[in-house]
Write a new protein. Structure first.
Length: 422
């Protein structure tokens, strides 16, 4: 082997290493960074100029890594296509195309499937020339989209890895540029890649991949995601077991000068009578040093925060989530009504959570003869709690014990047999 070949091979490995290293740095760079962005663009140009130096083995490594990334990205969204649907709806709202909202779920299913299937085709070297053309076009579209996202921030998170990894829009752009470098190398070397299988085998593998993935997505829509990457997953405790004490800050105003001072309670001279005569209480603020474990705020008609009353209920607590009562599936409403009735008889709390208007909730409650209280929360939070409208959550002492899609509602007796008495 000539010295030039050895040098070229080492440079190719070095270039691959730089691309992978830049990918590893992405999660540490959440915002715009001119140096990092410039480095990513330089790597793309190097990929163009030196693509011929990559050996067949090196191209196989790049193809495998790129295929695995596409499979992973498609899979983590495919197990929760409703989550991708909600992000597509956010894009429709941001760009003023709400008329397309009914298409969001179909688009979610198709986009997730295309990404996953392209990844499988890359992994198994199936119809490589056609596949790499499709991958190149897909990456061109998504890179252009994420440039717009990074510059104008129409949505806070594009959901490129579902809820498994949350990335900023700049991180998503950096990620796409990393992938682009590898895709460029594969595209320019496409004529050097030889097929592995015969045409019938390729067709069988492609069809099998598509069929299995569509089955996964349809199952996730009709039931619940088999893998839950969100905050309200079964088994998670929704409050901290050991909380730091709340910090109280009191503001006082000098009666003569009007000067205001803030003190952290009880570190102010409350025992000094002369001081107390000169200063009057103005306001109080409370600072919670504990990190938030969820974003849910449960409110009643009066606007009071009732979250702790129900989330931290030491007994069994049913929460029926119906973020939009106007769109709620009604086919299991009789079962929900029976669950609410039997829960009430056994002294178990059963509430409904919705983001619909109070008058809508009241009409819904009377129409379906539901003997349960309705409370209100943000629709985005409710959609994140459970991918079902309505959906049922069972909690006890701030721990999520179970979650059910409306297609899978168990009977009261089945729930009690599994989770015991209140």
């Amino acid at each position: 082997m000539s010295r030039a070949s050895i040098t070229g091979g080492l440079f190719s490995w070095f270039l691959m290493g730089l691309v992978l290293f830049s990918g590893c740095l992405i999660l540490r760079i959440p915002a715009f960074n001119a140096w990092f962005l410039s480095g990513q663009i330089i790597l793309m140009f190097l990929a163009v100029f030196f693509c011929r130096r990559f050996s067949a083995f090196q191209l196989s490594v790049i193809r495998t890594l790129t295929g695995l990334l596409f499979v992973f990205s498609g899979f983590v969204k495919g197990v929760d296509p409703v989550g991708t649907q909600l992000r597509i709806e956010d894009y429709f709202t941001a760009f003023g195309t709400e008329w397309a909202t009914p298409l969001a779920l179909t688009l979610s299913v198709m986009l997730n499937a295309v990404e996953f299937i392209l990844g499988m085709l890359l992994l198994f070297h199936i119809r490589f020339r056609l596949t790499i053309w499709l991958v190149l076009l897909m990456m061109a579209f998504f890179t252009a989209t994420t440039i717009n996202d990074a510059l104008y921030n129409p949505v806070p998170d594009c959901g490129c890895f579902g809820d498994f990894i949350i990335m900023t829009n700049w991180q998503t752009l950096y990620k796409n540029l990393v992938i682009d470098s590898f895709v460029i190398i594969l595209f320019l070397a496409r004529n050097r890649m030889q097929p592995w299988f015969a045409g019938t085998t390729e067709a069988f593998l492609a069809t099998l991949s598509a069929a299995c993935f569509f089955f996964l997505e349809i199952h996730s829509i009709r039931h619940l995601p088999p893998l839950d990457f969100r905050d309200w997953k079964v088994g998670k405790r929704m409050v901290l077991e050991e909380r730091l004490p709340m910090n109280f800050y009191l503001t006082f105003r000098n009666r003569v000068t009007g000067e205001e001072r803030e003190y952290q309670s009880p570190d102010y001279p409350y025992s000094d009578s002369a001081w107390m005569q000169q200063w009057e209480f103005v306001s109080q603020r409370v600072e919670d040093p504990n990190p938030r474990t969820h974003e849910l705020v449960i409110e009643g008609l009066e606007g009071y925060d009732l979250t702790a009353n129900y989330i931290e209920n030491p007994g069994l607590q049913f929460i029926c989530v119906a973020y939009d009562l106007g769109k709620a599936n009604l086919k299991r409403m009789a079962d929900l009504r029976e669950l609410a009735r039997q829960s009430d008889e056994q002294g178990i709390s059963f509430i409904f959570l919705t983001s619909s208007l109070p008058e809508t909730a009241e009409t819904f409650r009377h129409t379906h003869h539901l003997d349960a209280e309705f409370y209100y929360a943000d629709d985005t939070v409710l959609k994140a709690m459970i991918r079902s409208n309505p959906g049922l959550i069972l909690m006890k002492d701030a721990v999520v014990l179970g979650k059910w899609h409306f297609n899978d509602l168990p009977s009261f007796a089945e729930i009690m047999a599994k989770f015991g008495s209140p």
